[in-house]
Write a new protein. Structure first.
Length: 483
């Protein structure tokens, strides 16, 4: 199968950071008027991400890698996590290229979306030769094998991709021929394989609310939610071409899907000739819908795009910002603070509202334990996990909240989440401006990660208890006082 998609023919459808002393830090809330200088940082101000598709073969291009690392806080593997790449022979998995992207991203503080587990295209030859129950079992085995490798590491998975036809019915494919319940089976298998990752359905031409395909997908999601089929998000690819431009009801589409109890994301954005008005419009629609959690453009520079002849991205071939870039950045910077009721955890958990913490010495004290958030042995090494310990007034327990929602210690080291799933380690790391280092201090005493939506959590009250992320539950082990 080709590694680059063929273009589809579409129907026409209408501040300042708080000063930190070594002892006695003062906590301040972010300046709502601060403007970020990169797409990822600007999106993170409202609790969202701005990502890109990455090709492993291009990471050796210094311009490509520099722009990608600087501008984005989420990446999607362009082809390296698809079925033909990850299971070229039945039962023999290959993750070299996918891991190359994952490692490159996480080493730079970027999160990763998985794309994709079950799709009629880019199947390995052995899978194409199967049918019926044999193909169904192969799909299940593939999901289990790939998700086991990345369990607890990814922000989301596109579990099923492009399963609907333009008339709103199911696409005729070898997977559909295994039975109409194949999508449900895929999602149930995925939830069992990794309970912590967001599970998404992803498709193109579902941006116009009145279009038959949009309604077909909407009705499936509505059915799934009514029957408890595990699904957390819907990805709208948002490939806008000359025959498929930004529809006037795009925001209605996003809010209608969100009203079903799922997050929405724009997952593969590119626009013919990088229309400034269309890029600004799609970005504005997303930030207007609290459950629109992020935007991903499908490639870094125009020359990296599968539609390179149409110059559809935010950077030209030389890596220079285009006019559309500025329109997107401005829309992101104009967005309000992180949504106060944006569900970000699998299963629909909602985040409490951020509030202004009291000023004081900068101690973060557990409500249940009475002990302080502490860096063991006053370490300043990247990756050191934070813990609870008796409050002692030393610099390794003095925290400040910056205008970009970073909790800093020693003046320039950030509280950092090593992942987004339940049980992810909370550590210190050099500040990099990414969403895994941004926190909401909430009115109910919880501290939630902007990227994960999960709470700071401890499993005990004694000295040395390590801090982690976990689904917010309102218990005392997830409440802290900033004094």
């Amino acid at each position: 199968m080709p590694t680059r998609r063929s273009l589809r023919v579409r129907p026409l459808i209408v501040g300042a950071v708080a000063a930190v002393a070594a002892f006695g830090a003062v906590l301040v809330m972010p300046d709502a008027n601060a403007a970020a200088g990169t797409l990822g940082a600007a999106a993170a101000q409202s609790g969202r991400y701005f990502g890109t598709a990455i090709a492993a073969s291009r990471l050796g291009d210094s311009t490509y890698a520099t722009v990608a690392a600087r501008e984005f806080n989420m990446v999607t593997a362009e082809n390296e996590m698809k079925p033909d790449a990850t299971e070229p022979q039945r039962g023999q998995f290959s993750f070299n290229s996918g891991d190359q992207i994952y490692n490159w991203a996480t080493q730079r503080g970027l999160k990763v979306r998985g794309h994709t587990l079950a799709w009629h295209a880019q199947q390995p030859g052995w899978m194409q030769s199967l049918g019926g129950s044999a193909l169904r079992q192969a799909m299940i085995d593939h999901i289990n094998g790939v998700m086991a490798h990345y369990r607890g590491k990814l922000a989301a998975w596109d579990v099923v991709n492009e399963a609907f036809a333009e008339n709103g019915s199911r696409r005729s494919s070898n997977l559909q021929s295994t039975g109409n319940d194949w999508i449900e089976v895929a999602f149930r298998t995925a939830r069992a394989a990794d309970p912590s990752v967001k599970l998404c359905y992803n498709d193109y031409n579902i941006e116009n609310w009145t279009y038959a395909k949009t309604q077909g997908v909407y009705n499936m999601i509505k059915d799934f939610k009514s029957r408890g089929v595990p699904i957390d998000c819907v990805g709208l690819q948002t490939h806008f071409t000359g025959g498929s431009s930004l529809p006037s009801n795009f925001q209605t589409t996003l809010s209608s899907f969100a009203a079903l109890g799922v997050d929405v994301a724009l997952t593969e954005v590119d626009v013919t000739n990088a229309s400034t008005s269309q890029y600004a419009g799609l970005t504005q629609a997303c930030v207007n819908v609290p459950r629109c959690i992020g935007i991903t453009v499908w490639g870094v520079r125009d020359g990296d795009s599968w539609r390179s002849s149409e110059s559809p991205l935010l950077f030209d071939n030389g890596g220079n910002k285009k006019a559309a870039y500025t329109s997107v950045l401005n829309a992101l910077n104009a967005a309000g603070p992180a949504p106060t009721t944006s569900p970000t955890s699998p299963g629909g958990t909602t985040s409490p509202s951020p509030s202004t913490p009291p000023s004081g010495t900068g101690r973060i004290v557990g409500a249940q334990s009475g002990r302080c958030l502490d860096v063991p042995n006053a370490s300043q090494n990247n990756g050191t996990r934070v813990q609870l310990y008796d409050c002692n007034g030393q610099a390794n327990q003095a925290w400040a909240l910056s205008s970009s929602r970073q909790l800093t210690v020693y003046g320039n080291v950030c509280l950092d989440a090593a992942g987004a799933g339940n049980g992810s380690a909370v550590q210190i790391y050099s500040c990099n401006g990414q969403a895994n280092q941004q926190w909401n201090v909430n009115s109910n005493g919880t501290i939630t990660g902007v990227q994960s939506g999960r709470c700071l959590d401890v499993w005990g009250t004694g000295n040395g208890q390590q801090v982690q992320l976990y689904d917010c539950n309102g218990q005392a082990n997830q409440r802290f006082t900033l004094s």
